[in-house]
Design a binder for this molecule. Structure first.
Ligand SMILES: *[C@@H]1O[C@H](CO)[C@@H](O)[C@H](O)[C@H]1NC(C)=O
Ligand SMILES: *[C@@H]1O[C@H](CO)[C@@H](O)[C@H](O)[C@H]1NC(C)=O
Ligand SMILES: *[C@@H]1O[C@H](CO)[C@@H](O)[C@H](O)[C@H]1NC(C)=O
Ligand SMILES: *[C@@H]1O[C@H](CO)[C@@H](O)[C@H](O)[C@H]1NC(C)=O
Ligand SMILES: *[C@@H]1O[C@H](CO)[C@@H](O)[C@H](O)[C@H]1NC(C)=O
Length: 350
């Protein structure tokens, strides 16, 4: 019995120790569980190398493959954390999948509608063609999240070219003087019913128009194109389709890069003025008749001072061409955060 109080007292002292030990064990368990789980499941760097945006080309436009070795977007275009892939086995890991329309339309390629599609993955519909040349888009109902085209209202606008302001006004261009043709036109697919053909037929009554391309059986190689056009006072930058904002390399490359003054036929003047200097081109709609246009061009050739005004804009701007599909697609990344959280195109026509 004398041990009774002692034993009781020891019991009273042991209980708080046990409670403390249990609390300690529980806390260390929670800590170690947190640490392990953090390491195994929340290491974002391990899960997403570069923690960048991964864009998958489901197929290459027109079947022309580009080299994706290395960090292309960073090394070639200064765009960080933007990974381009063309290996379809990476589908599940892609933040965006890009589908070029032409190959879908001619059924060379099919959409992976049967693959499980990650909830956050966006499908991008890419086309640089004008709506009349695109065909029926009804089969693509409720499949795409973003559009990518030359149109300014597309989610991702990819123009054929653009003006870059120069940092200071510099005359780093020469007004070409060695001109041997009044006007030049490169045309492969000549169709009599097109308005551009009627304008050409009327123009050539007054003006010496040199025609190149498949239609004239005078094809120009890639290398010969610009040097040849540079010998023309004017270049007929006539689009094959007249559609809002549809302004192609006929303006940006053939005319602007060769140093021939563009005579444009396509969307209205205001669409051209939205992207180019108002005094850098001559629009066929500026005149009451094609005959008036021809007379105006003739008079410009005879008046170098007036002709040279069409080069003044080059003191302030230079032309940037877009031709590389990698560059176009890398440019998606800087826009990524601005995309709507949820968007589904029921109808692709803008
Ligand atoms: C996460 O993963 C990366 C790459 O595997 C590694 O370098 C880094 O140390 C990891 N971080 C942690 C906290 O485990
Ligand atoms: C692809 O690009 C990488 C990096 O620029 C280069 O080292 C390699 O030679 C290229 N491969 C081909 C087939 O051109
Ligand atoms: C001008 O163009 C002609 C061909 O039309 C060429 O033979 C000549 O060398 C050129 N002259 C200059 C100064 O570039
Ligand atoms: C077109 O015709 C109208 C009416 O005849 C005339 O007022 C206008 O100046 C003409 N425009 C041009 C560019 O010749
Ligand atoms: C993309 O579109 C698909 C199919 O319509 C839809 O299920 C998905 O929620 C959309 N995702 C986003 C991020 O808008």
């Amino acid at each position: 019995m004398p041990k009774g109080p002692r034993a009781g007292s020891r019991n009273r002292h042991l209980k708080p120790h046990l409670v403390f030990l249990m609390i300690f064990l529980t806390i260390s368990l929670i800590y170690s569980w947190l640490f392990v789980s953090n390491k195994q499941y929340h290491n974002v760097t391990a899960e997403y190398p570069n923690s960048g945006i991964t864009i998958l080309f489901w197929h290459w436009p027109y079947g022309i493959h580009y080299n994706l070795t290395g960090d292309v977007c960073l090394n070639d275009y200064g765009i960080p954390r933007c990974v381009l892939e063309d290996n379809r086995s990476l589908f599940e890991n892609a933040d965006l999948v890009v589908f070029h329309h032409t190959e879908l339309r001619n059924q060379k390629v099919h959409l992976p509608v049967n693959l499980p599609r990650p909830a956050s993955q966006r499908w991008v519909w890419l086309s640089l063609e004008a709506p009349p040349n695109i065909g029926n888009l009804k089969t693509y109902k409720n499949l795409f999240n973003l559009t990518m085209s030359y149109h300014p209202q597309a989610d991702i606008t990819v123009p054929y070219g653009k003006l870059i302001p120069k940092e200071k006004q510099i005359r780093d261009f020469i007004i070409p003087i060695n001109k041997s043709h009044e006007a030049c036109w490169v045309v492969s697919n000549y169709q009599k019913r097109q308005r551009r053909s009627a304008v050409f037929q009327e123009l050539k009554k007054t003006l010496n128009v040199q025609v190149y391309g498949r239609f004239a059986r005078k094809p120009l190689s890639k290398e010969a194109l610009l040097p040849t056009i540079s010998r023309c006072y004017f270049y007929l930058a006539f689009e094959n389709t007249e559609s809002p904002h549809y302004i192609t390399e006929k303006l940006w490359k053939n005319a602007f890069q060769s140093g021939a003054v563009p005579v444009v036929l396509g969307p209205p003047r205001k669409d051209y003025e939205a992207v180019a200097h108002p005094k850098s081109f001559i629009h066929v709609d500026d005149f009451n008749s094609t005959k008036d246009l021809a007379t105006y061009l003739r008079n410009l050739i005879k008046d170098p001072e007036k002709y040279n005004v069409y080069f003044t804009w080059r003191q302030n701007y230079r032309v940037k061409l877009y031709t590389d599909w990698r560059e176009r697609v890398c440019n998606i990344c800087p826009l990524y955060r601005q995309f709507p959280a949820q968007k589904i195109y029921e109808d692709l026509i803008i």
